[in-house]
Design a binder for this molecule. Structure first.
Ligand code: AGP
Length: 609
């Protein structure tokens, strides 16, 4: 997803712009560019490919000047190319723009501007903004930006630089994130905190519709109507190193290994001192509130959706409230039945996923109560929802989500237990049993990470297969979906997960000699049935890697290899079984020489539709 940076101050802009963009590489991108005001002109340099290509291009001839903006582009309108890379300029080169989002009415604007004689250099939607600036500018930079904002429709984080007013950068946002870093005699702009954390921890997080005039010594924020907004300084309390690799070869591997801590940090603040109940200070729900909820929707995308599937199981099993689950991009257009008795829970690591945010807004519009479960404090989704529960996983940089998933499972589990406590749907003994099991999970996640050698071996053995299948029933099926998603996104192996009982209805036709099948068998009530399905694929000469709990001495009789995870309650076992699947995906990607942290075509945070 596009990344934005900006600098104005006492030092050279270009070094910060390049450094900031490198910290945003995790968002995924296909080209990069910077623009710096050199005292008389704005020099724009851009290049398709990695940031290294841009660096090479300007090496020895770095743009000079103390005000500038930069961008990493993730193509939506127009293929990745030098011309389509941002920043974009008007015909005169006086106005330079970077943008994250989509200008939905750009085609009609473009036609209008071409008719007026504007010459376009790119195929992007963004370029219309620069030409519109040229068209409406009447000596007042701010007024021109406001007028342009009145003409464009869509989502955006936009940053404007003008040769005519080089003592300021103007920025604004709608549905895309933008942060301002407050320095001493210098200020910074970025899509996300990792870009500025090495320079300052003091930030303003812009809300939708806010408009900031950033000078080297001041930041002036107003709302859509031009009224001043008093911003609260948000102090970033995590370390710069937390956003770095810390000795691991890839962010993904680091984040897989951070899971014991992430799970512990997510659990501990929500356990009472005596460890006998769940505290959800974020919610303070009561019986009356829960009785008013007749239906819950869980809405999310990708891995967060997979975590939501487990969440649905937990809520229905423990709290006995009906739950529907939807992929956010489907939910927003399928006209779901939402009313005041509905609770919509959105799950999102980044808190910025465009479809999830839209689903949340639509739920609110139709009167539902809303709850966000997210990892990013102050994210758009966190700010939009009525209530928020944070997964304390720490920054997740790798495109492939790992620790966000396990902490989302933990939150869904704790939320379900919390709800069941209020609704009285589980006995005190069962709640205590589950809490005891929960307390052991962080250490058990560590245990699953201790012996990775067999997983590396399987990855080497099967990493060059073209297809891999995952099967399981009940919660094992939900985890299979996540295992398959991990494998396909980073190793590009075609991986599919099937409900094991569904195999006979078509998929079995694909099971031939030597095809690897990862079979999860941890759920007691369907254990025998899963074994039968494993026998079905073995009978077609598949190679089966079984995933089971420690005490299971049965599965190994029917499969080629077994990976065991520590024993826990079967409700919590997804937090453990997913770990070997993450590792398998990681080492398969390494075997195939893939760029693990930056898989092709993917972005960390999908802030466009
Ligand atoms: C996970 O590995 C993915 N890269 C992706 O599916 C991700 O989970 C999805 O885009 C949702 O992101 P979010 O949690 O930030 O909303």
């Amino acid at each position: 997803m596009c990344g934005i940076v900006g600098y104005i101050g006492k030092n050279q802009a270009a070094p910060f712009l390049l450094e900031g963009l490198s910290k945003l590489e995790y968002r995924g991108y296909d080209s990069a560019g910077i623009a710096v005001y050199d005292g008389s002109h704005i020099r724009v340099e851009k290049s398709v490919g990695r940031l290294a290509s841009l660096r090479d291009k300007i090496e020895g001839d770095m743009p000079q000047g103390a005000v500038g903006i930069g961008h990493t582009r993730w193509a939506t309108h127009g293929r990745p190319s030098d011309r389509n890379a941002h920043p974009h300029t008007d015909c005169s080169g006086d106005f330079v723009i970077v943008h994250n989002g989509i200008i939905e009415n750009y085609l009609s604007l473009k036609e209008e501007l071409i008719a007026k004689g504007h010459e376009f250099q790119s195929e992007t939607d963004t370029e219309v903004v620069a030409h519109l600036m040229e068209e409406v500018y009447n000596g007042d930079f701010e007024a021109a930006v406001r007028e342009v904002l009145g003409r464009i429709e869509g989502s955006y984080a936009l940053v404007f630089l003008s040769r005519k007013d080089p003592d300021r950068i103007i920025c604004t946002k709608q549905d895309n994130p933008l942060v301002i870093g407050l320095g001493d005699g210098e200020n910074f702009i970025a899509s996300d905190i990792p870009a500025i954390i090495a320079r300052t921890r003091r930030t303003y997080i812009l809300n939708d519709g806010e408009f900031a005039v950033v000078k080297k010594d001041s930041v002036w924020v107003t709302n859509r109507e031009g009224e001043p907004v008093t911003k609260k300084v948000f102090e970033v309390n995590w370390n710069a190193e937390a956003a770095e690799k810390g000795g691991y070869e890839h962010f993904m591997l680091k984040e897989i290994h951070e899971q014991p801590k992430a799970v512990r940090d997510t659990v501990s603040p929500r356990l009472s001192k005596d460890g006998k109940s769940i505290i959800m200070n974020e919610l303070n729900w009561n019986r009356e509130f829960l009785d008013s909820i007749k239906k819950i929707f869980i809405v999310a995308c990708g891995t967060a959706y997979n975590a939501g599937l487990v969440g649905k199981y937990y809520i229905e099993k423990l709290a006995r409230v009906p739950v529907e689950i939807d992929i956010a991009s489907e939910f927003r257009y399928r006209d779901p039945i939402i009313d005041e008795d509905t609770l919509t829970i959105v799950l999102s690591q980044s808190g910025e996923t465009s479809d999830t945010l839209a689903a949340l807004k639509e739920s609110k519009r139709q009167g539902a109560k809303t709850l966000a479960i997210t990892n990013v404090v102050g994210s758009s989704i966190a700010r939009e929802a009525d209530q928020v529960i944070y997964t304390w996983a720490g920054p997740e940089i790798a495109v492939a989500s790992t620790k966000a998933y396990t902490t989302q499972l933990i939150i869904m589990f704790m939320l379900s237990l919390y709800m069941s406590g209020i609704r009285g749907t589980q006995s005190q003994e069962r709640i205590s049993e589950l809490l005891e099991a929960l307390k052991k999970v962080p250490a058990q996640v560590s245990e699953t990470l201790e012996d990775v050698e067999p997983i590396k071996t399987f990855a080497k053995q099967y990493g060059f297969n073209e297809d891999v299948f995952y099967i399981g029933r009940s919660l094992d099926y939900d985890v299979s979906l996540e295992g398959a998603l991990k494998l396909k996104e980073i190793s590009y192996i075609h991986a599919e997960a099937y409900a094991a009982g569904e195999l006979k209805h078509g998929t079995l036709a694909l099971i031939i000699e030597g095809v690897p099948v990862i079979a999860l068998a941890t759920q007691k009530n369907v254990y025998e049935k899963t074994l039968s399905n494993i026998k079905e694929v073995k009978a077609r000469d598949a190679v089966v890697i079984g995933i089971a709990a420690e005490g299971d001495n049965e599965l190994e009789k029917y499969v080629d290899h077994v990976i065991k995870v520590p024993e826990t309650d079967e409700l919590l076992i997804p937090v453990l079984t997913v770990v070997p699947l993450q590792l398998l995906a990681y080492y398969a990607a390494i075997t195939r020489g893939c760029d693990v942290d930056k898989p092709r075509n993917l972005a960390k945070s999908v802030t466009v539709e």
